[in-house]
Design a protein around this ligand. Structure first.
Ligand code: SF4
Length: 212
């Protein structure tokens, strides 16, 4: 691998090692977590998940009223909107009898279109679910990778899908790579390439323009 995105991947993977993402006990928890993490940090999501855990199965969550659900997920912020989003997601998932295997039979394009048709599911949330719940290979664009690639010196497209496709054009169509790449970029954004970056000892320093 010689082009830039694989090089970034290799350096991050060598430095941080496998990340074993997504941090969730079940695939259902992963999908709910992907909605809860919108516009907040993971610490708040964990608090919401702890309160929600007794109901973290489709048939139990389904029985909660939207208001009850909103109160349970209060620590994640925007809880009224997120409760409606989770309910909309559940309505869609029920079409597949809450079975991941049934959803998995859809191809990536069709499934992505369906996910994006659900109220409150944007591209980043949909792509997280595609990789970490439905095992489809796609590059996830988030604020961490936008910041990192900019600092390295890459002029990436603003448009989500144009950004995504550019990265994908240099990567193999391999789920494990997309699974690790997103997790590694998030880790790097927390450890070195933070808002105030810690460039000393950064594994990317030799290829980075430090455009800060
Ligand atoms: S050298 Fe600095 S700016 Fe560049 S990736 Fe590392 S931490 Fe970020």
């Amino acid at each position: 691998m010689t082009s830039i995105y694989p090089l970034i991947f290799d350096k991050l993977y060598t430095y941080y090692g496998p990340q074993y993402w997504w941090p969730a006990d079940t695939t259902f928890e992963m999908m709910i977590g992907a909605i809860l993490v919108q516009n907040t940090n993971w610490h708040n999501v964990e608090k919401a998940l702890t309160r929600l855990r007794p109901f973290l199965q489709p048939n139990q969550l389904e029985r909660l009223e939207t208001d009850e659900l909103a109160q349970l997920i209060r620590p994640s912020g925007f809880y009224n909107v997120k409760a409606k989003r989770i309910k909309a997601f559940m309505q869609w998932f029920k079409k597949y009898d809450y079975k991941i295997e049934k959803v998995n039979q859809l191809d990536l394009k069709t499934l992505r279109r369906e996910l994006l048709g659900i109220y409150g599911i944007g591209k980043e949330t949909a792509d997280c679910m595609l990789v970490y719940a439905f095992e489809k290979p796609i590059f996830i664009v988030d604020q961490y990778c936008r910041r990192l690639f900019y600092r390295i010196g890459l002029d990436m497209p603003k448009d989500y899908d144009a950004f995504r496709k550019l990265v994908e054009s240099e990567l193999p169509n391999n789920l494990q790579i997309y699974n690790e790449f997103h997790a590694l970029i998030v880790e790097h954004g927390k450890v070195h390439c933070r808002k105030n970056p810690r460039c000393e000892a950064c594994p990317l320093i030799r290829i980075c323009n430090q455009r800060i």
